[in-house]
Design a protein around this ligand. Structure first.
Ligand code: 2BA
Length: 106
């Protein structure tokens, strides 16, 4: 079994969760915050059989959209000077796949 952990835009999370549920997957939504932009995003975790990992990634890929966004005067190094805004592309999804040692429901 694997744990698919997908960091997605808040706007996309509803559609991704719906699509995964329709395909029969359980999914848990965690509120998260990007370390660079310091704005909210959503982390979805989904425990799946090994042979379903690519399918789940495809479902997420179809529902997640990338967009360009300007940073808002981020202070990266802790000094008092804000950096000028730069344009970054926020991906459709950033996905990690982890091995699951044990899965128990009691
Ligand atoms: P943030 O950390 O807020 O990053 C938002 C976007 O800013 C990133 O989009 C990327 O385009 C840009 N960015 C991030 N760090 C940067 C840097 N040091 N210099 C210049 N530009 C930078 P994505 O790559 O699509 O990432 C979206 C969100 O996914 C991230 O939000 C973060 O929450 C998560 N993420 C991405 N890669 C990760 C990783 N290796 N480990 C943990 N979380 C990750």
């Amino acid at each position: 079994m694997k744990l698919v952990m997908a960091i997605v835009k808040d706007d996309d999370s509803f559609n991704i969760m719906n699509a995964l549920n329709i395909e029969g997957f359980s999914v848990t939504k965690l509120a998260s915050t990007g370390g660079f932009l310091k704005v909210g995003n959503t982390t979805l975790i989904c425990g799946v059989d090994d042979d379903k990992v690519d399918f789940v990634i495809d479902v997420i890929k179809k529902q997640g959209h990338s967009k360009k966004q300007f940073t808002n005067g981020i202070n990266i190094d802790g000094n008092n000077y804000s950096q000028p805004p730069i344009e970054v592309t926020i991906g459709g999804a950033t996905i990690f796949v982890l091995d699951v040692d044990k899965f128990v429901k009691v």
